[in-house]
Design a protein around this ligand. Structure first.
Ligand SMILES: *[C@@H]1O[C@H](CO)[C@@H](O)[C@H](O)[C@H]1NC(C)=O
Ligand SMILES: *[C@@H]1O[C@H](CO)[C@@H](O)[C@H](O)[C@H]1NC(C)=O
Ligand SMILES: *[C@@H]1O[C@H](CO)[C@@H](O)[C@H](O)[C@H]1NC(C)=O
Ligand SMILES: *[C@@H]1O[C@H](CO)[C@@H](O)[C@H](O)[C@H]1NC(C)=O
Ligand SMILES: *[C@@H]1O[C@H](CO)[C@@H](O)[C@H](O)[C@H]1NC(C)=O
Ligand SMILES: *[C@@H]1O[C@H](CO)[C@@H](O)[C@H](O)[C@H]1NC(C)=O
Length: 355
């Protein structure tokens, strides 16, 4: 199935990169990558952790205090994060070929103007009417930008990373990805700008289409064009093949959960089959991170705006054809022809609808 790795492995060993990643493997025919979450390392993996009240910034990112199989006396004085990093490299060194472990640091963007508008109008009125508009007299929420609160949240996460780097020696991301929506482009910048990271792994995120939010028909999820992204964030890389305009968003129609999971799997496959990094940052959205968590078999874990979650993922190349999942057509949004009352508490479909 796979060609001999001996020469590759020998080269990797002498280069101190003691592992063969899936990205080093030729893309095999008739095989697919399957993802599993490795639990036991983070509080966010424990069914007893309440995501509503959990704060990753007061809990060392949720890293559980424990010993690891890879611990040894030479590591005794190292921090929990240093020993965790060592443990992950050990898992990779011992992994059979075609199996790899990566830690994904997934961060949700800070509060955006669309979050504020949804809170202001109430979810039923937002979903059936206001979310289809570009904004109101006061603010724009199409491709929503961070509100001042959202900037503050992202800067607090920046201070948290700085402290984790200084006191915990946390392994900083070796590569960075972000959704193309402005609130994520901004959040990634405020979160990672100016940190004391290793010079070999500078903060240069890659914009990837499929890390975008659920394609919902809401204008907040319609991205801006490539030249806007490039001009606003000139240091960012934009993935090859990124279309100039948003070709995926459709007014009044949205992708299904199953379709979203299919593209979340595709974007993970792209990352795992091209990126040798073990520690990876992804700046994305509540709906999209929820979908990635489903794909990697993690328990449901909601993130507040600005929150981040580390997930240790095992990727395994499995022989055979991937379980087939059919692409479903977008479904029509249920909308209201006129503004519903802001006090509405019932679902959007109890109003006169136009789809
Ligand atoms: C989680 O915490 C919230 C807020 O305190 C509470 O309303 C909810 O019931 C808790 N959930 C569980 C499963 O305990
Ligand atoms: C983990 O260990 C550190 C240092 O020993 C301690 O400050 C912290 O309270 C512990 N955390 C938990 C959740 O037990
Ligand atoms: C750990 O720290 C103690 C106290 O500073 C020191 O005596 C000991 O040699 C250190 N152990 C290792 C393995 O570095
Ligand atoms: C990026 O972050 C820096 C540091 O917080 C800030 O000064 C700058 O304005 C941000 N740039 C954008 C485009 O948001
Ligand atoms: C790209 O988007 C920007 C900002 O919305 C707009 O000003 C510009 O005209 C657009 N460029 C093209 C070629 O559509
Ligand atoms: C693929 O991963 C899922 C968890 O995400 C697991 O339940 C399943 O057994 C794995 N499939 C194979 C063929 O290993």
């Amino acid at each position: 199935m796979f060609p001999p790795y001996s020469s590759l492995l020998a080269a990797a060993m002498t280069a101190c990169a003691l592992q063969v990643t899936i990205a080093d493997s030729p893309s095999p025919n008739n095989a697919y990558i399957n993802y599993t979450t490795i639990t036991g390392y983070f509080l966010q993996d424990e069914p007893s952790t309440n995501s509503t009240t959990f704060d990753f910034m007061t809990t060392n990112f949720g890293l559980i205090n424990r010993t690891y199989p890879a611990d040894n006396s030479a590591l005794k004085n190292l921090t929990q994060w240093q020993r965790f990093e060592h443990q992950v490299y050990q898992l990779n060194r011992q992994a059979p070929r075609g199996t790899e472990y990566k830690l994904l640091y997934m961060g949700r963007h800070g509060d955006g103007y669309h979050n504020d508008a949804q809170a202001y109008y109430g979810t039923p009125a937002w979903n059936c009417y206001y979310s289809e508009l570009d904004g109101n007299a006061a603010v724009t929420w199409a491709d929503a930008h961070l509100s001042p609160l959202g900037v503050t949240q992202a800067l607090a996460v920046n201070a948290f990373w700085a402290s984790e780097i200084e006191y915990q020696k946390i392994p900083t991301p070796q590569s960075y990805y972000t959704s193309p929506l402005t609130r994520c482009l901004q959040t990634a910048n405020y979160t990672f700008n100016g940190l004391n990271v290793r010079a070999v792994h500078p903060f240069v995120p890659e914009v990837k289409e499929y890390f975008r939010e659920t394609i919902s028909g809401h204008t907040c999820d319609r991205r801006s064009n490539e030249s806007y992204i490039h001009d606003s964030f000139p240091t960012y890389k934009i993935e090859p093949g990124f279309t100039f305009n948003d070709e995926l968003w459709e007014a009044l129609r949205g992708e299904t959960n199953d379709d979203q999971d299919i593209r979340s799997k595709k974007v993970l496959d792209q990352v795992f089959s091209t990126d040798r990094s073990t520690f990876i940052s992804i700046t994305s959205h509540s709906g999209e991170i929820g979908s990635i968590l489903r794909v990697v078999g993690h328990q449901v874990f909601g993130l507040n705006t600005g929150a981040a979650i580390p997930v240790l993922v095992k990727a395994q190349i499995i022989d055979g054809s991937a379980p087939t999942t059919a692409f479903e057509p977008f479904t029509a949004l249920c909308t209201c022809t006129s503004p519903p009352p802001m006090t509405a508490t019932t679902s959007m479909c109890s109003y006169p609808t136009s789809t």
